[in-house]
Design a protein around this ligand. Structure first.
Ligand SMILES: Cc1ncc(COP(=O)(O)O)c(C=O)c1O
Length: 408
């Protein structure tokens, strides 16, 4: 059987990798904040805008082509998350979709109810729910993160998930530490307590193929700009739940799922690009299989490559005097994203110095504000480096060289 595209074959599809900074080829480690985009995704966006641009549901060709393009994108995203096309809702980004869903769910909550969030999560998946809970006068419980390995405290999970909890909002993976949670297990515990399960898959979907049916969650959100697509948010929900939601909606707008969760005219070109990003990933399979099978193959190989990269990065950083690494070590359930600090240098200064060498890393708390507070990093945050499908071992070595030079 032919094999999944090599890193070099993948790299050729990303024009951004030709960029130089101070004479150095740019190494993009900022993927957890948004990946680079392959040519075919940009071409799909451009082709839509230049050849098919129209509003939906009218009786002329460009409008019909737009309807077809949105249907195709829903089918692609459904294949990616493991759901059905009628369960795919598009929106501006994960945060906006989560607020919207939260307001709809909140209409069913009453005083005395509780919802559960976690310390590990991006605040798009905790502050959104806190805000809705405040509006409905509902208790918010918080599952603790264990500072020693950046994982959720399992005993606390059991303590917080008791009858009366209406929702567990949990991330599939931490965008700050790379921790991957056991979503299937958490969902089973939440369902046993009678709670619905919302999964923030924004960081996870950048690295591994989601599987909403195997996880048995109720809602799942991700953002295409984290997996080689444009800036578009995606919400998956069980069809029956989407149909039943009392979501804020204009009277003339479509009443059936998934459109009933969508507001106004959508970002058609972005949605086309999101579908193209899924097709880009599937195309790396090097085998003529159903799309979800292709995606599974690619996801597995990219995950294995990511494990090697993160191992080299983690151990290389750990060997430099003055560095501190946060979160789960390599070889455990994690993505190829890590956060670190270097004594005597602010994360911003490190990012600036690395950028001079063409190594682009992010710094700050990445909206994982509670994680930063737990580690006493609420002021300056961390340096974050994330490996993507286009990351090479040589780039990892260049990042390490830059940190070594700073450490003296
Ligand atoms: C884990 C995680 N959740 C949620 C978000 C918010 O996503 P969006 O920008 O699509 O609202 C991010 C963005 O960085 C993230 O990394």
């Amino acid at each position: 059987m032919s094999s999944v595209a090599t890193t070099e074959q993948i790299r050729r599809q990303f024009p951004a990798l030709a960029r130089h900074q101070n004479g150095f080829p740019v190494a993009y480690f900022d993927g957890p904040g948004g990946t680079q985009v392959p040519r075919r995704v940009a071409e799909a966006v451009s082709d839509y805008l230049l050849q098919h641009n129209a509003n939906t549901h009218w009786a002329f060709p460009t409008s019909q082509e737009t309807d077809a393009a949105l249907r195709a994108a829903r089918a692609a995203l459904a294949d990616y998350v493991g759901g059905a096309p009628e369960e795919i809702v598009f929106g501006a980004n994960m945060t906006t979709l989560t607020f919207h869903l939260g307001r709809a769910l909140g209409r069913q909550w009453r005083r005395g109810d509780a919802i559960v969030v976690t310390e590990l999560d991006h605040h798009a998946n905790s502050d959104t729910w806190r805000r809705v809970a405040r509006e409905c006068d509902v208790e918010v419980r918080v599952i603790r993160m264990r500072p020693q390995d950046g994982r959720l405290d399992e005993e606390d999970v059991a303590r917080q998930l008791t009858p009366g909890v209406r929702l567990l909002a949990v991330g599939a993976a931490s965008n700050a530490l790379g921790t991957v949670n056991d979503v299937a297990r958490l969902a089973a515990q939440a369902h046993a307590a009678g709670a619905l399960v919302f999964v923030d898959g924004v960081h996870y979907a950048a690295h591994q193929m989601p599987d909403v049916r195997a996880w048995d969650c109720d809602y799942f959100a991700c953002s295409a700009y984290k997996f080689y697509g444009p800036h578009v948010g995606v919400l998956w929900g069980r069809r029956a739940l989407l149909e039943a939601l009392d979501a804020p909606r204009l009277a003339p707008a479509t009443a059936t799922a998934p459109e009933r969760l969508e507001t106004g005219t959508l970002n058609h070109e972005g949605i086309v690009g999101a579908g193209a990003a899924v097709d880009f990933l599937a195309s790396l399979a090097g085998a003529d299989l159903p799309r979800r099978a292709q995606l599974g193959r690619v996801s597995q190989v990219l995950h294995e490559r990511g494990e090697e990269l993160i191992g080299a990065l983690w151990h290389g950083l750990a060997a430099i005097a003055g560095t501190k690494l946060y979160g789960p070590p390599p070889g455990t359930a994690r993505t190829p994203t890590l956060s670190f600090t270097l004594a005597g240098h602010t994360p911003e200064a490190i990012a600036l110095a690395l950028a001079q060498r063409g190594v682009f890393v992010s710094h700050g708390d990445f909206y994982a504000t509670t994680v930063a507070r737990i580690y006493g990093r609420e002021q300056e945050g961390f340096v974050r480096a994330g490996c993507a499908a286009y990351t090479t071992p040589e780039e990892v070595e260049r990042l390490l060289e830059g940190v070594r030079a700073l450490a003296g």
